[in-house]
Design a protein around this ligand. Structure first.
Ligand code: NAP
Length: 256
């Protein structure tokens, strides 16, 4: 595909699975992929939020799949539901994630396992189930993991989150190594400080909020829509030779 081909970001006719699509970054990425042409298989735990309506508003179809990714039990059913709804899968966005905060001296096994299970174990096994579908289709495909600043930095009081997100960066490389030859691109997006429910507590703490904003070269929190361009790029043929990369979308935080 030539660099001057303006259709290189066009995703018309593609099918994207997005986990945690009901809210926050997952909702924004689902809507961005739909706006670029994808039908969306939205995976959520309780309800799909306003994402189905937002996807419909840009003229694409939405399949509502309910699954709890605290265990890997649903991963094959998610891929099966996508194929039943739309006939194929082209893109997986592993966005669902949780965080638990506790001093390392007190950190409980429950807080360790809960985060590792959703943020790392289910991400791996859903990637595996989706890559098996890409192989069955003989189509290649795109897997986009959601990493974090804590894929690069240590953080504090978030032991299992740092372990999981650092693991996401490593797994992104490993899966790229194993699957690149099958035209499967595995990459990650590492959001910086984004204004979502996940960060409400930080933003409501005036002192922490001021410290964070002062350290962000862009001078503001990221908005979920700041991930639109990066996710479409990594889902599209524009990134066909990009493998195993974790792209920071952080207003310059890591450059500081
Ligand atoms: P959020 O608003 O808390 O959304 C998290 C999403 O994950 C929700 O859709 C949630 O579903 C889903 N989820 C959690 N546990 C699940 C489970 N067991 N099964 C299925 N879905 C589950 O947070 P967000 O900020 O949009 O975060 C999205 C991703 O970005 C996460 O991986 C997070 O670690 C990462 N991230 C966020 C930031 C940030 O600044 N916000 C920065 C770096 C990375 P429910 O609504 O049902 O809970």
């Amino acid at each position: 595909m030539g660099l001057n081909n303006v259709n290189t970001f066009d995703l018309t006719g593609k099918v994207a699975i997005v986990t945690g699509s009901n809210t926050g970054l997952g909702a924004a990425m689902a809507v961005a992929l739909a706006a670029a042409g994808c039908d969306i298989v939205g995976v959520s735990r309780a309800d799909a939020g306003d994402t189905p309506a937002r996807v419909a508003a840009v003229g694409r179809r939405f399949a509502d799949v309910r699954a709890d990714l605290a265990s890997i039990a649903p991963v094959d059913d998610i891929v099966r539901a996508a194929v039943e709804a739309f006939g194929r899968v082209d893109v997986l966005v592993n966005n669902a994630g949780i965080i638990r905060r506790e001093d390392a001296l007190d950190f409980t096994e429950e807080n360790w396992d809960a985060v590792m299970d959703v943020n790392l174990k289910s991400l791996f096994f859903l990637s595996q189930a989706t890559a098996r579908q890409f192989v069955r289709q003989d189509s290649g495909g795109k897997i986009i993991n959601v990493a974090s600043m804590l894929s690069f930095q240590g953080g504090i009081r978030v032991a299992s989150y740092t372990a999981a997100k650092s693991g996401v960066l490593g797994l992104t490389r490993l899966l790229a190594n194993e699957w690149a030859a099958q035209r499967i691109n595995v990459n990650a997006i590492a959001p910086g400080y984004m204004a979502t429910a996940n960060t409400t507590a930080l933003r409501e703490d005036a002192q922490r909020n001021d410290e964070i904003v002062a350290r962000i070269p862009a001078g503001r929190w990221g908005s979920p829509d700041d991930l639109a361009g990066p996710v479409v790029f990594l889902a599209s043929s524009a990134s066909d030779y990009v493998h195993g990369h974790t792209l920071a979308v952080d207003g310059g935080w890591l450059a500081r």
